[in-house]
Design a protein around this ligand. Structure first.
Ligand SMILES: [Zn+2]
Length: 151
């Protein structure tokens, strides 16, 4: 279950306060998407360092044959406020890019006809997810938007 308190992430997308880990629940996964076939493979990890290490190794081995990323399975991370301003998020949102709290990056969200929803192009988290909405003002209700930005 995603937790609701926002966690802080550092320069490299590395969590500064590591998530609670459960004995049998790996909080991280490495996602590999083949660039020619679009086939996706995932592997789960208990520690961020382990996942990051595996992702680095795969990136070096596969080069531009595939896209590789570390995705949080359990917690949505807000954008790092040291580098990402509210205005920046609004600008990205206007370009159709949202902050994905699970990839911890700005991503395009694509329409998936077989699920009839828009989801992160990389980790497939739907746009209706609580933390995706929380991180992207464009997805807020008009009332919530006015409360925060006053327009
Ligand atoms: Zn994502």
């Amino acid at each position: 279950m995603p937790r609701s308190d926002p966690l802080i992430i550092g320069k490299d997308g590395e969590p500064l306060n590591p998530p609670i880990t459960y004995e049998k629940y790996e909080p991280w996964k490495v996602v590999v998407i083949d660039n020619t076939t679009d086939k996706r493979r995932t592997k789960k990890f208990f520690s961020y360092a382990e996942a990051k290490g595996k992702a680095k190794e795969l990136e070096e081995r596969l080069g531009d044959k595939a896209r590789v990323g570390v995705v949080s399975r359990q917690i949505g991370y807000g954008p790092p406020h040291s580098r990402v301003s509210n205005q920046m998020i609004l600008d990205y949102n206007d370009q159709g890019r949202y902050w994905c709290p699970y990839c911890r990056k700005f991503r395009y969200f694509q329409y998936l006809p077989y699920r009839d929803l828009k989801a992160c192009e990389f980790c497939l988290m739907p746009e209706q997810d609580f933390h995706v909405i929380r991180c992207n003002p464009l997805l807020w209700s008009p009332d919530a938007y006015v409360r925060e930005f006053g327009r």
